[in-house]
Ligand binder design. Structure first.
Ligand SMILES: Cc1cc2nc3c(=O)[nH]c(=O)nc-3n(C[C@H](O)[C@H](O)[C@H](O)COP(=O)(O)O)c2cc1C
Ligand SMILES: Nc1ncnc2c1ncn2[C@@H]1O[C@H](COP(=O)(O)OP(=O)(O)O)[C@@H](O)[C@H]1O
Length: 309
């Protein structure tokens, strides 16, 4: 997949395209349905398939207090988009200039002059342009003159009631329901970050844990203990994961993600790793001492082994 950063980065000889535009936060099952249709259409007509997206949630600029936390970082998004097999991702910086661009000019510069769009695929509720004034009707009307057609994608509704959305996935993660979140995402919820030094207590407990840096990418699920995977340099290891502030001890100020890789001794300090959540085992507990914690951790590890086998 070719990554195009900004309109100025689009090659002058860019071919005719089928384009889908959106936030694509999570690259979830709804997004995947759009992308499947995008690719099918592009393949059938010999067009380039392009996902146009933003480097942040528009609300991060327009109303930061109301902006939901992103499910994934832009880099995680690009990795997931790459795995879908689209030809290109155009990442637009959502800055003041873009926010102020009238809907008609957005279409001109991004879709017509930039990407040479022949087909545009969006959901029914797609809004664009300054003050979100543009909607699918405007898009359809301008498309007639500008030589592209607009396809509206049906909502993906796993339970035939609620459509898949990043809001729904955020709610599930807030409850620690990583299993259901995985169903809606079409991939495991994953946090990516550098392994930093902790209190150096893990080894003493018999369970050394790789602690992820507080500025890791990806939305962290609710406090608790999870079964999952730690991926380092392309190798995936089974892991018992703790999310929380270690209440048995003084407690670290910040919510921490740490992973014990089963049955191994590996130096992970300074490595950038991915921690993926498969299933929740239990909540975080403030134990009265380290002995009961160790007994519980042994049991956690056996449950992880069983869940991942
Ligand atoms: C499987 C597992 C379960 C854990 N459960 C708890 C818990 O219930 N309560 C708690 O205070 N800490 C829990 N922890 C976190 C430990 O307290 C922490 O890993 C230990 O203090 C080491 O910290 P360090 O990496 O900063 O040295 C758990 C860790 C793992 C790996
Ligand atoms: N099985 C393992 N799982 C996770 N980390 C391990 C493992 N074996 C060794 N390590 C290393 O040990 C470090 C964790 O040791 P620990 O005593 O918990 O110290 P810290 O408090 O710095 O996390 C990890 O960052 C990693 O480099």
């Amino acid at each position: 997949m070719r990554i195009i950063r900004g309109l100025g980065d689009i090659p002058a000889d860019w071919p005719a395209s089928a384009v889908s535009i959106g936030k694509f936060d999570g690259v979830h099952a709804g997004h995947r349905a759009v992308i499947a249709e995008l690719k099918a259409l592009a393949d059938a007509e010999g067009l380039a398939s392009v996902v146009a997206t933003f480097d942040r949630h528009p609300l991060a600029l327009l109303a930061p207090d109301d902006c939901p936390q992103a499910l994934i970082s832009t880099e995680q998004k690009l990795k997931l988009l790459g795995e879908t097999g689209v030809d290109a991702a155009l990442v637009l910086e959502f800055n003041d200039a873009l926010a102020a661009l009238p809907a008609e000019e957005f279409i001109d510069s991004v879709l017509v002059n930039g990407l040479h769009a022949k087909h545009v695929l969006v959901g029914r509720d797609f809004r664009f342009g300054a003050r979100a004034a543009g909607d699918v009707h405007l898009l359809q009307r301008l498309g007639v003159a500008d030589g592209f057609d607009v396809r509206l994608i049906d909502d993906v509704k796993p339970d035939s009631i609620r459509r898949v959305s990043s809001t729904w996935i955020r709610e599930l993660l807030a409850h620690g329901d990583v299993l259901a979140a995985t169903g809606l995402l079409g991939h495991l919820p994953t946090v990516r970050g550098e392994v930093v030094h902790g209190a150096a207590r893990g080894r003493e407990l018999g369970f050394p844990t790789a602690n992820l840096s507080p500025d890791s990418e990806g939305l962290i699920p609710a406090d608790g203990v999870y079964a999952g995977w730690l991926t380092d340099a392309g190798v995936r290891y089974p892991a018992a994961i703790s999310v929380g502030n270690n209440p048995t001890f003084d407690g670290v100020a910040q919510k921490q993600v740490e992973a014990y890789v089963l049955d191994r001794e590996i130096d992970l300090y300074d490595h950038v790793v991915e921690v993926s959540f498969v299933d929740r085992i239990r909540g975080m507990v403030a134990f009265t001492g380290i002995e009961p914690l160790i007994v519980q951790m042994r049991d956690d590890v056996e449950r992880v082994r069983h869940l991942l086998s």
